[in-house]
Design a protein around this ligand. Sequence first.
Ligand code: NDP
Length: 452
Amino acid sequence: MAKYDFDLFVIGAGSGGVRASRVAASHGARVAVAEDRYLGGTCVNVGCIPKKLLVYSSETSGDCADAAGFGWRIGNVEFDWRTLISNKDREIARLNGIYRRLLENSGVRIIEQRATIVDPHTISVGSDRYTTEYVLVATGSWPTVPAVPGAEHAITSNEAFHLEQMPERVIVVGGGYIGVEFAGIFHGLGASVTQLYHGPLFLRGFDHDARRAVADEMIRHGIDLRMNCDVVRIEQLGGGIRAILNDDSTLDADAIMYATGRHPHTSGLGLEDAGVKLDAAGAVMVDRYSQSSVPNIYAIGDCTNRIMLTPVAIAEGRAFAETVFNRNPMSIDYENVPACVFSHPPLAAVGLSEEQALKRYGAIDVYRSSFKPLKHTLSGREERAMMKLIVDSASDRVVGLHMVGPEAGEIIQGFAVAIKCGATKRQFDATIAIHPTAAEEFVTMREKISPA
Ligand code: NDP
């Protein structure tokens, strides 16, 4: 008889937990996964997928405005928030079903309740206890709202996806992925949007030219973007709110959304009592194989606070299952992870920013192109695209690619393979362009600019 009820007990059926469960099961492991909220986790339910659907909707207003330049006469356009949200909910329900079937068809037992760790080999779920050889913590992350007086009046991305009505005036606090994306979503859907960032320029960590380009386009589109600005207090005001800012001015709105980061979702799981070391932010501390300080307990995804991106969690989940259940030690290379902020227009990047490249390599060559996309020569839309390529002068390797412009995510994804393969500028130059595209700029840039 088996020593334990399961070979693997996964806590959290998000992107990473589901991938790990399925791969482990495919190698013959007896797997259970516990989930107390929604199958598919943040990405499927209140993250990447519904966000992208809202982004598509918000881009439609611009497409309608562009149409006239191409000869189309479109009458009055109207937007209905409830239709968008109910269509989005239907799609999410479909995806939840797919996740359920994927797990079931892999032979994974789904336990739709909260699980906590009693000791390294025992898991408690309601009044039941299960024993397991290995535990995988894949509990994700949760929005962080700073302790501003009146913060209880604020919403986060969790609530933004389920609002009864679209707020006509929105304040977005925070200048990271979520803040920038939701500022664009609400603005595109017709709201009047003010975005506040407490530092000099938002999207910290991205290349400075890309950050500036996104800011310029958002301002051009009509978003009230305020840097060095923060909320000191929030008050309820009729059906809306009033935000008192650090310069003593006030802003009234129907909703205030905080997008000020996410923290590892690890409290109350029994991790510390089981001997699992957490860092100051509450993240499970793991080695390169995602193994925690307790040898049979592993952790992957946002709860380890490495890179909070769905594809990274999925890769970590697979690597864990290969390592533990297929005797095939696998770890993730965190260099050159491509990323896209689905702003209007989107920003995508792979590799190093100019600042990071300069620090690492000393001598770099920088190429940059800023242009009006062909489409907007007829649409009349005032919007520019920016593309930038950074080369290590000594090796000629392209070490950073940055783009702000239509389809930036789609374009950078393809080029990320070349960067991962160590492509040189000479190889970029030898690549024939596809004309006319925006992406061709990356293989036709010849003029170096002086590094900033
Ligand atoms: P981010 O860490 O990206 O951004 C948080 C923002 O809030 C930063 O601008 C930060 O400023 C600011 N901030 C932090 N604390 C405070 C505070 N106390 N008061 C005011 N501002 C504050 O987090 P997000 O919430 O935007 O997203 C969480 C994670 O989810 C991201 O890191 C990303 O990995 C992932 N994500 C990825 C997406 C994608 O791939 N497209 C989409 C959405 C999320 P500062 O510059 O000082 O840090």
